[in-house]
Design a protein around this ligand. Sequence first.
Ligand code: HEC
Ligand code: HEC
Length: 445
Amino acid sequence: MLRSKCLPVKSLTLLGWAALLSGLALAACRPANVQSDGAPAFSAQEKTLILSLSPRPRPPENPGNSLADSANAAHFGRYLFYDTRLSLKGDQSCASCHHPGLGWSDGKPLAVGLKTTSRNSPTLWNVAYQRWLFWDGRTDSLWAQSVQPLESLNEMGMSRVGLLHSFHKHPELRRGYEALFGPLPSNAGLPAQARPVPEDPKHPLQQSWNQLSPQQQLAVNRFVSQLGKSLEAFERQIVSGESPFDRFVADLRANKPASKELSVEAQKGLRLFIGRAQCILCHTGPLLNDREFHNIGLPKHPHLPVDQGRYAGLPKLLADPFNGLGPFSDLPSREHEWNDKLHYLSRQASNKGEFKTPGLREITRTGPYMHDGRFKSLEEVLLFYSQLPNQPPATGRREDTIPPLELKPEELTYLLAFLKALEGPQAGPELSQKPKDPVVQRSPS
Ligand code: HEC
Ligand code: HEC
């Protein structure tokens, strides 16, 4: 065990001026949990917490998508991800708001598609690890999630029937689809655009959707879910590489002394993160995210209506025809453990103002921050946690695990240095470019 390195005053005077001047006196007075270079000497308990944050394991499986780990589906998914023909006006793709060069986000406070939306584009770095998608968790899988931006009137503005027409019109889209899923369903006699609009039964798109027979609706829904499954296979590949923090943890695990992978500041930030600042309560595990929802007490946004977050998302999740209980999931049975939560989740008043805890890997690349992009920089985020505003939360109740931390200026610097050390290499061209052909070209062997 470490003991205090502070020598009694008497022995210090015996050491004399020479020792004092040589700097030994400084070391002589350092607390037990600090090393000679000022870096923390982590306790066994701290070490256990740190080891729980790295390395990043393989993404969890998604048994609801039989193509989740298919390389061919991922290739086609990447083709679709960068394809503007999937949008109503032909000018937007998924990458417009999830751009690899902008941290798989867009650098804007609020996403802008056909209109300005009321939420910030989340990063797609490590999105395969998310259990619930969207800030309010209104879908339970990546493939189910994909349908919504395609059809959102604020984003890409297409409809599932409009998409089917597009695939009939463009031979490459059709070829890519048919290579994976077989013949494209017929579009004969279908209206130009049609889809369900659950929030507005009188909407013209819903009226057009009502004209389809149940068989036609089923075929179109299956088609759009297959696009989602391809997009998911691609998105599952967007995972972080090794960061300085991972290399530091590897050294710690191997009991290598005095790792140089993290600066002293970043190590001090790490100690705060897992200790007094309590960040690890929610930003936990190798993605620094508990995959759940919390109300951290952000006050009302000056220009946006109050956002109820998880409280509004839950009923949408349960009603989503593309969730794990629906007919389009590939789960072997509806009783599969994937659906456990869907059976008993119901919204509570405590869900008001809850948003999904974001992961913190690559966080330096993905600003602005929070569900409404209110903070431009990480400094602003840290000041929020340090001071907590004097105003009440926009809705609901701030969780007790968020006390004002009253961090000293140097402590803010330490936390920032730690967050910066969570950055791995940039995504390579195999992810950040549209493939030339929608179908994987096999080199002759
Ligand atoms: C106009 C900008 C825009 C476009 C285009 C767009 N997105 Fe998004 N995306 C967003 C916003 C904003 C959110 C968060 C919305 C919310 O929480 O209500 C989001 C959320 C997501 C999420 C959830 C991430 C998480 O951690 O919960 C995924 C995955 C995603 N988008 C993938 C896609 C795919 C795939 C496409 C193309 C089919 C796409 N997006 C097109 C803006 C966009
Ligand atoms: C009670 C759970 C909880 C604790 C404790 C917590 N966070 Fe968060 N954090 C969240 C949630 C939830 C959000 C998203 C809130 C929103 O957008 O409304 C968030 C957002 C963030 C963001 C912005 C991420 C993004 O992509 O927009 C950063 C950075 C962050 N937290 C860092 C920290 C740090 C550093 C600490 C410790 C000082 C901390 N958090 C403590 C739950 C928590």
